[in-house]
Design a protein around this ligand. Sequence first.
Ligand SMILES: [Zn+2]
Length: 54
Amino acid sequence: MVSKQKINREKVLAALNTSCPKCGYAIPPAEIRRIDFERMECPRCGEKFTPKKV
Ligand SMILES: [Zn+2]
């Protein structure tokens, strides 16, 4: 079913995007800046946070 596959694909894409807990910016994978193994930095406001484990 094409429609079912489309929904699954959107869910996967949403899971790849990480939202900043401070400004709410959905950070695309290409803009994610990792500080170390656990933390990352928001490219918009500079907030450092630990992303949710997928
Ligand atoms: Zn932010």
